[in-house]
Ligand binder design. Structure first.
Ligand SMILES: [Zn+2]
Ligand SMILES: [Zn+2]
Length: 263
């Protein structure tokens, strides 16, 4: 019997697209030309509300547009999976939340990605440039597999492989968010067992060196026994409606703006 109490969670999909977004600039494929709003994919990110706490997972290059459409009331922490441009290039616009909250925003990731962040955005971490028009961020180092707590909400960082690069997925209660991944070590698969909802990367049907294909992601979802799996970081090769028709009932593509509740 499950005796641990899990936080009630609400997820808002801020972006379900791959690094180029969908439509891709200049592309004339059927998905890029489609009128279906669920085929319009901003760069991958979600917000998660847990018992009144608000978490942003990745700060996508579309962050400003995402916050105008699906505003978060505040950001208690940024959980950073890795520092590829599609996942961090909205960073400057976090300053809007500094102005709202009058405090620094903690950024949780591994030592490697926090170092990389300070090299990509040196002005954000230079004390001489504090204040003014730059985001005020508090780097918070986490170790994969070692849970941490933000305002009483426990978060499990889970190491997954993005090609040869170890990156992070995050688990809160019975929800896990795992993007940009092409292989998951056995010890991390164990940490993904017992999920109500798994949000997992599925780039396209064809294999790719640094991202799971749809079939590989389905296999992972079966292996960990998630009740529901939703795919994200989707390229323009997969039409929303058509792909969903081919999937088992417990598996679906995500779409931008979608809300999921985990009771
Ligand atoms: Zn990505
Ligand atoms: Zn990436």
């Amino acid at each position: 019997m499950d005796t641990v109490s899990h936080p009630r969670l609400r997820v808002r999909v801020l972006g379900s697209g791959t690094s180029m977004g969908v439509p891709v600039i200049g592309c004339r494929c059927p998905v890029c030309l489609s009128d279906d709003p669920r085929n319009k994919r901003l760069r991958s990110s979600v917000s998660i509300e847990a018992e009144g706490r608000h978490f942003l997972v990745d700060c996508s290059i579309d962050f400003r547009a995402q916050m105008l459409r699906w505003p978060m009331p505040r950001i208690d922490a940024l959980l950073l999976t890795h520092t590829h441009s599609d996942h961090v290039n909205g960073l400057d616009d976090l300053r809007s939340y500094n102005y709202i909250q009058h405090e620094a925003i903690p950024v949780y990731s591994t030592r490697y990605f926090l170092d990389d962040l300070s090299q990509r955005f040196p002005y954000c971490f230079n004390p001489l440039q504090r204040g003014g028009g730059i985001p005020d961020l508090d780097p918070m180092m986490v170790e994969p597999g070692e849970p941490f707590t933000v305002k009483e909400i426990e978060i499990q960082p889970i190491e997954v492989m993005h090609g040869k690069l170890p990156i992070l997925g995050f688990r809160l209660g019975r929800l896990a968010y795992v993007t940009d991944c092409s292989w998951i070590p056995e010890s991390s698969l164990t940490l993904l067992e017992g999920l109500e909802v798994l949000i997992l990367t599925a780039l396209r049907r064809r294999p790719h060196p640094t991202h799971f294909s749809l079939e590989q992601s389905l296999e992972v979802a079966r292996r960990v026994g998630a009740r529901h799996v939703y795919f994200t970081h989707i390229a323009d090769e997969m039409d929303h409606e058509q792909t969903n028709r081919e999937l088992p009932e417990w598996a679906r593509l995500l779409y931008d703006g979608q809300e999921l509740e985990i009771p």
